[in-house]
Structure formats: structure tokens, C-alpha cells
Design a protein around this ligand. Sequence first.
Ligand SMILES: Cc1cc2nc3c(=O)[nH]c(=O)nc-3n(C[C@H](O)[C@H](O)[C@H](O)COP(=O)(O)OP(=O)(O)OC[C@H]3O[C@@H](n4cnc5c(N)ncnc54)[C@H](O)[C@@H]3O)c2cc1C
Length: 370
Amino acid sequence: MESINIVVIGGGVVGLAVASELAKKHEGVFLFEKNEKFGQEISSHNSGVIHSGIHYPPNSIKAKLCIKANPMLYDLCEKNGVPYKRLGKLTVATDEEEIKELEHLMRQGQQNGVPDLKMLDGEQVKKLEPNVDVEQALLSPSTGILEPDELMSYFYAKAQKNNVVFAFKTEVTSLDKMKDGYILAGTSVSEKFTAQAKTVINCAGLYSDKVAEMAGLDVDKTGYRLHLCKGDYFRLRGAPPVKMLVYPLPKGGGLGIHLTPDMAGSIRLGPNSYYVDKIDYEVASNEQEFREDVSRFLPLIREREIAIDSAGIRPKLQGPNEGFRDFVIRHEKDKGLPNLINLIGIESPGLTAAPVIAERVTEIYENEIS
Ligand SMILES: Cc1cc2nc3c(=O)[nH]c(=O)nc-3n(C[C@H](O)[C@H](O)[C@H](O)COP(=O)(O)OP(=O)(O)OC[C@H]3O[C@@H](n4cnc5c(N)ncnc54)[C@H](O)[C@@H]3O)c2cc1C
């Protein structure tokens, strides 16, 4: 049986960032990933937006991590050749009711410490984006985009340099506490395996509640049960009608169907937001819903061709019609599981926050475990 210091379960952007950061100072870091490559799940099915931090309640973990991560991520990209674009974002209001919501969003962003927020009237918006027709918009200059695969490749290379041992096609199916750590078992390249680890870090994304359950936690009592919330994307054909990111006000557990340029300049519409029972990446939404939502602020969408693009699934802690839930990033010592750190409900802004989540996990490990 392999004896390991730290096992990170999950090779998405979060697991890669966590493993690479921990391995800077600590030896014997392993990463177990059930797929044959890193980043095949949530981390490659998202919008690739570097969020500014306006959307999260003040003092939430999401707000704090996002605000810290935003400049850090730009710096990381700049220094390490990860392509990015600081495009800026407009969140738009089309009537009086929405203007009130937009003002609330601006106050929340300012309270969170988002820099350079500015309220623009319809004329000012037209100067920036002539095709966008709205009453007002909140400009957030620090929002940008990157290519998630490039960011993950950076963390993967950094982790390899820091001697992280990667085990792909390795699925953990049981996790048993013992006197000094955990016994992990499952299948690795179709063979059964068992390994012993002093510390386990659960970065299993859509399956992180299952991993917590394997360790013996009751996911209903702890509030860790995940709800799968899907988002579909369409892609706009032809010349891009906007340069910036353009968002409506948030609705229904998502940020509203928005326009996001990708690194090649092509525009994606979405994601929308609906709860599902199983994980699949088929686009089930109707083109008309997207066209109607977006036509409220981009009328020319009515004449443009849009095509099915892709889908992503959010690991939400809140079920349908439930209120805000924050990221869970915690050492489970007080639940009788010392040396287990759970990361659960890492939905947006998890891509943006990944480098800061990695720092936070490392701090927990160094202060409470090692
Ligand atoms: C539609 C959508 C849009 C989004 N847009 C943005 C955005 O624009 N900006 C932003 O900041 N964030 C965004 N996010 C959030 C962001 O994508 C996630 O927070 C982030 O990718 C989560 O990464 P992760 O590593 O936790 O999960 P994942 O990438 O899913 O990685 C988890 C890994 O764990 C592995 N795993 C699971 N169980 C086991 C097991 N038992 N054994 C071994 N391996 C296992 C899986 O195979 C997987 O590779 C979006 C999310 C969605 C769904």
C-alpha cells in the first residue's frame, strides 16, 4: 500500500491550484483524478470570466476570495504567459425597477471593495457599445476573460515542477478514517487500489458531497448536499456586436443570459440556469429563450443566427428557490475528521478565485494540520 503525505482528490482548476501551492513547501503531495486528463468537468465548461466581485454578499467567502483573486490572477497571467483580456463588463438595466437593482449592485460592489465602478447612462453606454440599448449600466473595468485550459495548464506545470505526483484514471470510491490519516480505495487504470494518506483534500467538484459522504459525513445534516444546476450556451454567428462583457441583472440562481467574448473574439450567449438530476452536457434549451432575453439589451440579436454551443453544470449548495450559500472550505476536525479539508459548492467565482482558494487551503493545512 502506497503511503502518502497529502492526497488532493480532483484535478480541476481548484485541485490543480491547491496541489501546486501545497507542494511549494510540503513533500509527498499526490493528486488523484478519475478522468484521463485534468480539467474535463466544471473547469472546462464555464464562461472563462475573471470576475470583479460585485455579485456576492459583503463579507462572504466568495466576495473576499474574488476581490483578492482578481488582481492576483491578472498578475499571474501576465507573468506566466497565460493569455487574458481585461475587457471590462457592463451590467445593464432596461427599466426603473432594474435601475434600483443596479444601484444596489453598485453599492454591494463598492462595499466589497471592487475598484473603479461607474454608473453610465444610456448615451454613455452607446459610446462604448453602440449596439447595446439600455437605460443605465454599471461599468466594472476589472472584469476580464481567460482561457480556462491555459490557466489549468499553468497550474499543472507548476505542480509538476513542485513534484506533485499525478494519478489519472484513479477514482476514489471509499475513504476511511484511521488513527493517523485515511485509507483511500478505488480503481486506478481499471485495477483496484488502496492508499494511505495523512491528509486528504476534497476538491472533487460535482462529486465533492459524495467524497464527504465517503468519509462518513451526513450531507443533509451538514448542509453539504449538492444540487446540480445546469447552464447552456449558444454562440453568435458572424461579426461580434460587442467588445465588452454585457450582463443583464442576475436571475434564477445564475447571472442571467449574458454576452461573453471568448479569447478569439467570438461571442457566447449564456449560461441560463436550471436544476437537473444527472450530469450530462447536452444543450437542452430553446434558442428562442436566449434570443428574447438578450434582445432586451441587444435588439439586433433578433436578426442574427445563433447556434448551440455547450453546457456546464454548477455544484450548488442551494436548491431551487433557496437563498445564497457560500463556499465551504474547511478542516473537518470538529466533525471528528481531523486532516480532512472539504471544498464543497465551489461554483462561480471558483475559476477566478482558484489561486486564493489554494492559499487558503495551504494556510489551513499549515496552521491546523502539519
Ligand atoms: C456554467 C458555468 C459557468 C461558470 N463561469 C465561471 C466564470 O466565468 N468565472 C469563474 O470564476 N467561475 C465560473 N464558474 C465556476 C468555475 O468553473 C468552478 O468554480 C471551477 O471550475 C470549479 O473547479 P473544481 O476544480 O472545483 O471542479 P472540477 O473542474 O469539476 O474538478 C473536480 C475534479 O474532481 C474529479 N473527481 C470527482 N470525484 C472524484 C473521485 N471520487 N476520485 C477522483 N477524482 C474525482 C473530477 O473528475 C474533476 O476533474 C462557472 C461554472 C459553471 C458551471
